[in-house]
Design a protein around this ligand. Structure first.
Ligand code: ADP
Ligand code: MG
Length: 513
């Protein structure tokens, strides 16, 4: 097979960081080549170089054996390379055709494009590649899965022969992800080639022909799915053996800690985001909330933690009504929070680690005596937590903002887990973290559960919910549509309910299969 793409000796330096270190990568015609690596490994940098957003300090790019200088995305498209971005670049109030036409004027040198001709071409492409996209539909009416296929059509319309997918399944249900893998195979059948970026080990094994792992900017190895398994890939990514499966005993739930009754919450646009939700979480159990992101989980958590007012309904924590209490008051009732957006809600980035660790407790004994801050005691306590929670930092005075994502998250976990709490809300607790940090945080959550804390885990990573939760509540369009015992929940079943299939029907469907 010939190489449609060849990257030779690509090096990219940012101030203080060697993001890509002499990387070689080839893509054969008609293959799916997965690029696997932890957060910060250098995957996006490499792809942005290929896409013309960055210039490499060293190295060369060959397409169909011909050396190319790629100075802009336009050069990249002209060379036949297209990227399906992680966040779609579509305009909701435009139709599919209008979105495809957008930006194309540049390519055609300003020549007027006939909408009907474009629509016809979209329909042809849709049929040819089995994408099921209606050229006249408004993007705002399309599901996320279909929007992704519109992005693909945009690239096909521009005659891309190499398609780069950057974490394409992050926003999909498991069934939608399988649909995408079918589409990828249709693309291959028609002679396209694909670079597939992901951190999900199962997907790499399922969907790729070849796998290249990068770590700290360097290629550490290449393999094929037949010769790899999750453990092997994870240890290549991390550079040491990693425990992928969480060891946990059956739960032993006791008294109700959190009791939510008929909760309704509005989002920023005053739309109902949480629709009459009721549930309880008990001591010693993890209730997992599964759902595609954007189904009300964020607003639910904000309401539970005092960051957003609810519209109707009640919240009780250990029998105390905390419905409209402030975040500090809710914290004082024994609640801990790992927020979804750690930089916005979890840390003060320009404060030191010491100060961030004392954010909830600085005004209490032993950190304040009278009104006087006990700085030595705070510092000593911080140093102990840095040690205990394995926070990698030069020292306790380093600002939180200069830590890596995984270490920022550990600062939050250290702060939230080191005081006595009866209830923990962990929202997307491992999003964007490396495998090593994920392993660490999962173990701490189980430890808290076993110590009798009630844990509410909200995650759009279904694998994470399946691994940790004792019961699984599925959220769809603001409602909790079903609560399953973890031992009865399969990924297929939860995936169907996440996609809006009626739970009773979903249960019949998985029985039949
Ligand atoms: P990945 O996509 O694998 O998560 P990235 O390619 O985004 O990794 O990042 C690789 C390294 O380069 C990281 O240390 C990141 O902080 C750094 N980096 C990426 N983009 C920039 C930039 N524009 N300026 C400075 N540093 C950057
Ligand atoms: Mg990236």
């Amino acid at each position: 097979m010939t190489n449609v793409l060849e990257l030779k000796g690509i090096t990219k330096r940012f101030p203080g960081v060697l993001a890509n270190d002499n990387i070689d990568l080839t893509l054969k015609k008609g293959e799916i080549h997965a690029l696997l690596g932890e957060n910060g490994a250098g995957k996006s940098t490499l792809m942005n170089i290929l896409y013309g957003l960055y210039q490499p300090n060293e190295g060369e790019i060959f397409i169909d054996g011909e050396k190319k200088i790629i100075n802009s995305p336009l050069d990249s498209i002209k060379a036949g390379v297209g990227m399906v971005h992680q966040h779609f670049m579509l305009i909701p109030v435009f139709t599919v055709t209008e979105n495809v036409m957008l930006g194309d004027e540049k390519l055609r040198g300003g020549v007027f494009l006939d909408r009907k001709v474009v629509a016809k071409r979209i329909l042809e492409l849709s049929q040819q590649y089995n994408l099921d996209v209606d050229p006249d539909a408004y993007v705002r009416d399309l599901s996320v899965g279909v929007q992704q296929r519109v992005e693909i059509i945009k690239l096909l319309y521009r005659e891309a022969k190499v398609l780069i997918f950057d974490e394409p399944t992050a926003v999909l249900t498991p069934q939608e992800a399988d649909g995408l893998f079918e589409v990828m195979n249709n693309l291959l059948d028609k002679g396209k080639s694909i670079i597939f970026i992901t951190h999900k080990l199962k997907e790499v094994l399922k969907a790729s022909d070849r796998i290249t792992v990068i770590r700290q900017g360097k290629v550490v190895g290449s393999t094929v799915p037949e010769e790899a398994d999750e453990e092997k890939l994870a240890s290549m990514m991390v550079g040491r053996p990693v425990m992928l499966n969480v060891d946990k005993d059956p739960s032993n739930p006791k008294d109700v800690v959190l009791d939510v009754q008929n909760l309704n919450v509005l989002d920023d646009r005053s739309q109902l985001a949480v629709d009459n939700v009721s549930f309880q979480v008990r001591e010693g159990e993890i209730l997992g909330i599964a759902g595609v992101q954007g189904n009300g989980q964020t607003q639910l958590v904000e309401s539970l933690t005092g960051l957003r007012e609810n519209f109707a309904g009640d919240i009780f924590l250990l029998g105390n009504k905390v419905t409209d209490e402030s975040p500090r008051k809710i914290t004082e009732f024994g609640s801990a929070h790992i927020p979804e957006d750690r930089q916005r809600d979890g840390l003060v980035l320009n404060y030191s680690i010491t100060d961030n660790l004392a954010l909830n407790t600085y005004y209490l004994d032993p950190f304040s005596v009278g009104a006087i801050l006990q700085e030595e005691i705070m510092k000593k306590s911080a140093e102990e937590l840095i040690e205990k929670f394995d926070i990698r930092t030069p020292n306790a005075e380093t600002t939180a903002g200069s830590l890596s994502g995984g270490n920022q998250q550990k600062v939050i976990v250290a702060r939230e887990f080191s005081r006595p709490t009866k209830f923990i809300v962990a929202s997307q607790p491992t999003r964007g973290l490396d495998v090593g940090s994920i392993e660490y945080i999962h173990a701490r959550l189980i430890e808290k559960r076993d110590a009798g804390t009630a844990v509410l885990l909200v995650s759009s990573e279904l694998d994470e919910v399946m691994q940790l939760a004792d019961r699984i509540a599925v959220m769809y369009r603001g409602e909790i549509v079903d609560v399953l015992d973890a031992k009865d929940a399969t990924k297929d079943l939860v995936g169907l309910i996440m996609a809006g299939v009626n739970p009773a029907e979903a249960k019949e469907m998985v029985k039949v299969e």
